[in-house]
Design a protein around this ligand. Structure first.
Ligand code: GLN
Length: 435
């Protein structure tokens, strides 16, 4: 894997850096030895993985793909990374992304764009473009990514792999460089739903170091529940998700998936989510303020003019735009827009929670169609609108997964999205498994 990842990286640019070969081989050797001795190891032991570069690692810099943080070390592993390393997982390196997770195409990285492994003219999606591309190109067995508004699910859809964002607080975020703390969630990219269940069985755990961490009691592993039937399950199809902007092929992919769930015994029903038109405004209106509040502290340990100078030179355009927008939203009269966004968030949260009292699953497209080409989306609004189907899960803090489902006319993959109620990863995974 390491050899292949290094070779492919010259084209794909999924990794920002690799750990030392000697060290990695030593780790692999240790796992081998433990296995030889007859030790019962985790299914994940010895598997080569990659970590998105906004998740802290002890041995490697954590740059969030920002020029400003080129030499930034968190000094310790994020809890999610540590959990995996304790199981004998081998972390090959740090994965490319949009700077601080801001973007939907991976065109906003200081380290250059990631290339979609399915076709070099297409973006891999973002912001976890490196995480999705690495799995799609067999440069890692699975990867960790982060999802604030779709950053795991959308690139997974564009690269033809499985991407999942768990419930807010289910996977520890200790050691993460945040984009918008009340939206961010660490999740994973895998090749199959089965792999995802195994990864989530090992990642989801209470962490006292993360104040947002939640306790989830799972009697049985997700993996062991995948084959459970879904007879009588209520699946909702939000009609607003099928309006303007959705490609014919993506629509078809969702409708066929709905039929498959029906064949498996589920009851699929069309519903209305009238707040859909406000999702993107609520998302950007509230996240930009969190960006402003969180990112103004960089670069750390420096003050005064020097801080301002370094920040101006170090942050990329997209990050600056969002900081400015966030700052502006807090000023004087403008606050009414921010307050509206917060109100909207609360409203959407309540509506979604109510929805999940009646339905176990909401089925939808992940993105409006297949991946787009580099440079194709120039206007920020067009780019922001590509998050329309994914942001609701972050606004409501619920788990969501994208699974590859079809191919478009251009031969590029199309993913579909499933969402479930808070803490219902088991239901989400077993339903996704049927697709
Ligand atoms: N594309 C969205 C944004 O730019 C989502 C980012 C994310 O989930 N990290 O904010």
């Amino acid at each position: 894997y390491l050899e292949k990842a290094k070779r492919m990286n010259k084209v794909i640019n999924a990794y920002i850096q690799f750990d030392l070969e000697e060290y990695l081989l030593e780790q692999a050797y240790k796992v081998d030895k433990r296995r030889e001795k007859g030790e019962q190891l985790s299914k994940l032991a010895g598997l080569p993985i990659g970590i998105k570069d906004n998740i802290g690692t002890k041995r490697m810099a954590t740059t969030a793909a920002s020029r400003l943080l080129q030499d930034f070390y968190t000094g310790e592993n994020a809890t999610a990374v540590q959990r995996l390393e304790d199981l004998g997982v081998i972390n090959l390196g740090k994965l490319n992304m949009d700077e601080f997770g801001m973007g939907s195409s991976n065109e906003n990285s200081f380290y250059g764009s990631v290339i979609n492994p399915r076709h070099k003219d297409y973006v891999p999606g973002g912001s976890s473009g490196g995480s999705a591309a690495a799995v799609a190109a067999d440069m890692a067995v699975f990867t960790l990514g982060t999802d604030t508004g779709g950053s795991i699910r959308q690139p997974a859809s564009y690269c033809g792999v499985v991407g999942m964002k768990p419930t807010y607080g289910a996977v520890s975020k200790y050691g993460l460089l945040h984009l918008a703390p009340s939206f961010d969630q660490i999740g994973a990219v895998t090749k199959t739903v089965e792999d995802m269940a195994i990864v989530m069985d090992n990642l989801i755990a209470y962490d006292p170091k993360d104040p947002h961490s939640k306790m989830y009691k799972m009697e049985k592993s997700f993996e062991s529940r995948l084959k459970e039937d879904i007879n009588g399950m209520h699946v909702a199809l939000p009609k607003e998700y099928f309006g303007e902007g959705l490609s014919k092929e993506a629509k078809e992919a969702v409708l066929i998936a709905a039929q498959d769930l029906e064949k498996a015994g589920a009851k699929v029903e069309e519903i209305s989510m009238p707040f859909t038109a406000y999702l993107v405004s609520v998302y950007y209106g509230s996240t930009c303020v969190e960006v402003y509040e969180d990112l103004m502290r960089y670069p750390e340990k420096i003050t005064g003019e020097e801080k301002i100078k370094r920040r101006s030179q170090g942050f990329g355009t997209q990050v600056k735009k969002r900081i400015l927008l966030g700052g502006a939203l807090l000023q004087g009269e403008n606050r009414k827009y921010y307050n509206k966004a917060l109100e909207g968030r609360k409203f959407i949260c309540n509506e979604m929670n109510e929805l999940f009292q009646k339905y176990e699953i909401v089925l939808s497209p992940t993105a409006t169609g297949t991946a787009f080409k580099f440079g194709e989306k120039q206007s920020p609004t067009a780019m922001y609108l590509s998050d329309i189907y994914t942001v609701s899960a972050n606004i409501a803090g619920i788990p969501a997964i994208s699974v590859p489902r079809a191919k478009g006319e251009d031969g590029m993959p199309i993913g579909i999205q499933l969402m479930a109620g808070r803490g219902k990863e088991d239901i989400l995974l077993k339903t996704a498994y049927k697709l």
